[in-house]
Design a protein around this ligand. Structure first.
Ligand SMILES: Nc1ncnc2c1ncn2[C@@H]1O[C@H](COP(=O)(O)OP(=O)(O)OP(=O)(O)O)[C@@H](O)[C@H]1O
Length: 342
């Protein structure tokens, strides 16, 4: 049985329709017209124990809403979530307390810590809230302080911490009571390169050493490449893809790109305008270079021979389609969630 089972989950937000013009604010308060937003529209997936799943999608796709449903912060419009954890089967929004005991949550955009307290006091409070015995608290705290290199700012009030320090504090708080599940909503947003590496390393170790099951949303594809063996890709609240990163690339970008930079200093003929057709391939201009696409298994030599015969060339690079290529293509086609005024 899977650890987390999500079935046909939907969440529709309903808010009064804003009335523009004179006394708009007042009229908005009394209007009967509402705007419905389908944030999550029939999402189903399973997460097995010990998996690290990247939950991806463009802005407004419904990622944070799903995480909030999984954590029990929100109640769905329909559908079910069942978490078969050590405390038995839990439906997050029906049994928030039991669910909270088996999940750690970090929202990159919002701290869960007490703003005015020194970090160490926040950690102590979390331990008290989760009934962590003193000895276990000290042991876990010391291990987390060590792993996340937090010794130098443990006594600093949370409001004075840098974003990277605060994020490390939030991660420590989320794992202090050893939950088997960790939900991370954009855990590396706004962090510098080193801080991102620390967070990724820490999450990878939590998964490898403690077998913590992790589900994370992120727009940083390095997070995905470093951490996720599986991704669930959503848009407009529905699942577009569920599988490996390689599988996604093979499905949505089954091509290689040949990047050709012509040597204009020894030009012998005028270059085409924006489109260059050669050897059965079509190139489009990308700055100084031309970008040709060929099938993944097609040999490149015919194209390269045609290009070099047509024009002197400074550089040729052949690159496999990456996760970034796929995401760029998919996001370019994205549609916004349906907002319906009724
Ligand atoms: N409390 C709310 N009330 C009304 N609409 C909401 C609410 N929360 C989210 N939405 C809408 O639901 C849709 C999905 O939002 P959500 O925050 O889940 O997207 P996301 O995938 O996390 O996006 P991002 O990558 O920008 O964080 C959006 O259209 C958003 O405006």
């Amino acid at each position: 049985m899977a650890l987390i089972e999500v079935r046909d989950l939907t969440k529709e937000f309903v808010r009064p329709k804003r009335v523009e013009g004179r006394f708009g604010t007042l009229r908005t308060l009394v209007t009967r017209e509402v705007v419905r937003t389908s944030a999550v529209s029939g999402v189903s997936f399973d997460v097995d124990e010990g998996e690290v799943v990247g939950y991806l999608g463009p802005n407004g796709a419904g990622k944070s809403t799903t995480i909030k449903l999984l954590t029990g912060i929100l109640t769905p419009t329909s559908g079910t979530v069942a978490v078969h954890g050590p405390l038995g089967t839990v439906v997050p929004w029906r049994d928030r307390e039991r669910n909270a005991r088996q999940v750690g949550v970090v929202f990159g955009q919002r701290s869960q810590l007490w703003w005015d307290l020194p970090l160490v006091e926040s950690l102590r409070l979390v331990a008290a809230l989760y009934d962590v015995p003193d000895e276990r608290y000290r042991r876990n705290r010391d291990r987390l302080v060590d792993l996340l290199d937090m010794g130098s700012f443990l006594d600093t009030p949370v409001r004075q911490l840098s974003l990277g320090q605060r994020m490390r504090g939030d991660l420590a708080a989320a794992l202090l009571y050893e939950p088997p599940i960790l939900y991370l909503d954009e855990p590396t947003v706004g962090l510098d390169v080193l801080a991102k590496q620390t967070v990724r390393q820490f999450v990878a170790e939590a998964n490898e050493i403690s077998r913590t099951t992790v589900m994370l949303t992120t727009h940083d594809l390095e997070d995905v490449e470093r951490l996720c063996r599986r991704i669930v890709l959503i848009d407009r609240g529905t699942v577009l893809y569920d599988g490996s990163v390689d599988g996604l690339i093979a499905r949505y970008a089954p091509f290689r790109e040949v990047l050709v930079t012509p040597d204009t200093s020894s030009a012998k003929a005028a270059l085409p305008g924006e489109v260059w057709e050669l050897g059965g391939a079509v190139g489009t201009r990308d700055g100084d270079a031309w970008r040709f696409r060929i099938g993944r298994d097609e040999p490149v030599h015919a194209l390269i021979t045609a290009v070099t015969a047509a024009y002197p060339v400074r550089d040729v690079r052949v690159v496999d389609a990456s996760l970034e290529t796929v995401m760029t293509e998919l996001y370019a086609e994205r549609r916004v969630p349906s907002e319906v005024a009724t």
